[in-house]
Ligand binder design. Structure first.
Ligand code: TYM
Length: 332
């Protein structure tokens, strides 16, 4: 079986429904056909210098949300990025082959640095995509299931792999393909349906998986909708309604055309009320599972111990291979 790898940053108290629909549902459906490695990107979260106690809490919560979402530790390898030191090591080797200009062109860096000011943006924020490339290349991952916002980082990863392959030998790295499912690759903000639903927005536009279900239902009911009255999927002319239909379809495992049919002749308000119920019910069930996992600290620790072991073995092999190719002497 081919390998896949992906991860999420534990940067908030909760993941968003965008992370869930855009990425986690893909992770879950790929775990039977691929040898899947899913990590919590805790080293990436350090780029914003979180409070240490918060980081600990958020890391556990992120893992518990993976489990509640259906990522199965029996079928997939679940681990923390920081438990496998090879990530930081390969990141250094790759950074010696990455152009300053190349990293300067990364749009996520440009956006974040613009908000923060380039003077105080950290070197970690700048080299973030290199660490992400290391995450992927260490596992010889053939595919990487992510949302649309990670496409540019994947492109950099591919460029780095190809560059190193032409310099050090064709099989130094597996060149990974992004696995981006168009229908869900970008879930939009409920208040600004032409913008990505973002983990950094604090307003009413983001549904968090650990949101109070009643509060989340209100956010759905106050979602911005479009001109016109028909409930039809049309992302260009009806971005708001199309986004709600996408969320509805994925939470209920139904097709968009099935929903269009059901809501034919009805008003936008009807769709919102129905979706608000769906979301509240989904969150209630999801959160029950999250709390069960969080309450069993020993089980979480055991999952991470097994995962660190399995991931560490694969990563260590790759790192030795790459060190050797680059001319570093291997230790006996
Ligand atoms: P992160 O933590 O920002 O997001 C986690 C995953 O969720 C997807 N996503 C979305 N999908 C659809 N609609 C949205 N509104 C939405 N918002 C987020 C993201 O595309 C991502 O798949 N750099 C990565 C974490 C990472 C990683 C990796 C990913 C670190 N190393 C190696 C893959 C492989 C990030 O910050 O994702």
């Amino acid at each position: 079986r081919q390998r896949i790898l992906s991860g999420m940053q534990p940067t908030n108290d909760s993941l968003s429904i965008g992370n869930y629909i855009g990425a986690m549902t893909q992770w879950v459906s790929l775990q039977d056909d691929f040898d899947a490695f899913y990590m919590v990107a805790d080293l990436h979260a350090l780029t914003v210098n979180p409070d240490p106690d918060k980081l600990r809490e958020r890391t556990r919560r992120t893992l518990a949300q993976y489990l509640a979402g259906g990522v199965d530790p029996e079928r997939s390898t679940l681990f923390l990025q920081s438990h496998v030191p090879a990530h930081a090591e390969l990141s250094w080797l790759l950074s010696c082959h990455t152009g300053f200009g190349e990293l300067s062109r990364m749009t996520q860096f440009k956006d974040k640095a613009a908000k923060q000011g380039t003077e105080t943006a950290t070197a970690g924020l700048f080299s973030y995509p290199v660490l992400m490339a290391a995450d992927i290349l260490l596992y010889d991952a053939a595919r990487v299931p992510v949302g649309e916002d990670q496409r540019q980082h994947l492109e950099l990863t591919r460029n780095l792999a190809e560059r190193m392959n032409s310099r050090y030998g064709a099989d130094t790295f597996v060149v990974p393909e992004p696995h981006i499912v168009k229908a869900v690759a970008k879930i939009y903000d409920l208040q600004q349906p032409t913008q990505k639903m973002s983990k950094s927005e604090v307003g009413k536009g983001t549904i968090w998986l650990l949101d109070d279900p009643a509060k989340a239902a209100k956010k759905i009911k106050s979602a911005v909708t479009d001109a016109g009255t028909d409930i039809t999927y049309d992302p260009v002319n009806k971005p708001g309604i199309s986004n709600l239909l996408t969320i509805f379809a994925y939470l209920t495992d139904r097709t968009i055309s099935d929903l269009e049919h059901e809501f034919e002749g009805q008003q936008y308000g009807h769709l919102k009320v129905a979706l608000a119920d769906v979301v509240a019910e989904f969150l209630t069930e999801f959160q029950t599972k999250v709390h069960t996992f969080l309450d069993d600290r020993a089980q979480l620790d055991a999952i991470l111990r097994v995962g660190a072991h399995k991931a560490g073995d694969v990563a260590q092999d790759t790192l030795r291979r790459v060190n050797d190719r680059l001319g570093l002497l291997l230790s006996g």
